[in-house]
Write a protein that binds this ligand. Sequence first.
Ligand SMILES: Cc1cc2nc3c(=O)[nH]c(=O)nc-3n(C[C@H](O)[C@H](O)[C@H](O)COP(=O)(O)OP(=O)(O)OC[C@H]3O[C@@H](n4cnc5c(N)ncnc54)[C@H](O)[C@@H]3O)c2cc1C
Length: 222
Amino acid sequence: METIVKIISTRYVTHNVKQFRLEKPAGFTFTPGQATELSINQDGWKDKKNPFTFTCLTDDPYLEFTIKIYPDSDEGVTNQLSKLAVGDELILRDAWGAIEYKGPGYFIAGGAGITPFIAILRHLNKEGKLAGNKLFFSNKTDEDIILADELKSMLGPDALFLISAQKDSIHDTRRINEVFLKAEVSDFTKHFYICGPDPMVEAINVILTGLGASADSVVFER
Ligand SMILES: Cc1cc2nc3c(=O)[nH]c(=O)nc-3n(C[C@H](O)[C@H](O)[C@H](O)COP(=O)(O)OP(=O)(O)OC[C@H]3O[C@@H](n4cnc5c(N)ncnc54)[C@H](O)[C@@H]3O)c2cc1C
């Protein structure tokens, strides 16, 4: 189903990631971790449907999306989204997606791949059920980390930020590879949730399988 919704607020949460809050249609539901296809309700843009993940709580009075903007892409939806203002309209569709919480484990994210985990971790935090979960969040530089303060305040030392392309980073500069996972994962029978660029998801999946994680307990978007 398609519904036209207005933008209620926007704000940059990093130098290139913008949070959009939208009107929430009555009765609209989603499961934390799910996405939808959005398009811009303007001539020439209505049929460009791009997937974005809900980052709000299910009972928030608005819908929230946290979107990395690619400003160099004139034809790109995120560049056009970045130019929209309060009151502009988007076309919202039904929620879908494979990522949902199945039990305590390890959340492994790269860049904007954190978005389904923002929704899940906020939900668990609200329910007081975060214990037993750990986050490994990889980014190129310190300033790329989306909602670093909120993630730290929810997870404390169980939020580990990994920085791959900044030598003077204030964070850990290890790569998420086999050596890292052997050092940081104490229980390979727990759940693993992976979201990020395809090569990262594939590589980590292979490593985890090799280290004894069962395919049933590894959750990622197919
Ligand atoms: C299920 C799902 C949920 C998602 N949720 C979110 C979310 O919550 N937040 C978020 O920020 N993103 C999310 N994404 C990614 C998001 O959909 C895309 O980043 C967005 O659609 C890009 O749109 P665009 O038209 O602006 O970009 P485009 O103009 O298509 O390109 C964006 C950038 O990617 C590069 N690019 C384009 N195609 C390729 C390619 N094939 N290989 C390598 N590089 C390429 C371009 O050069 C450019 O730099 C999600 C994706 C999926 C599948």
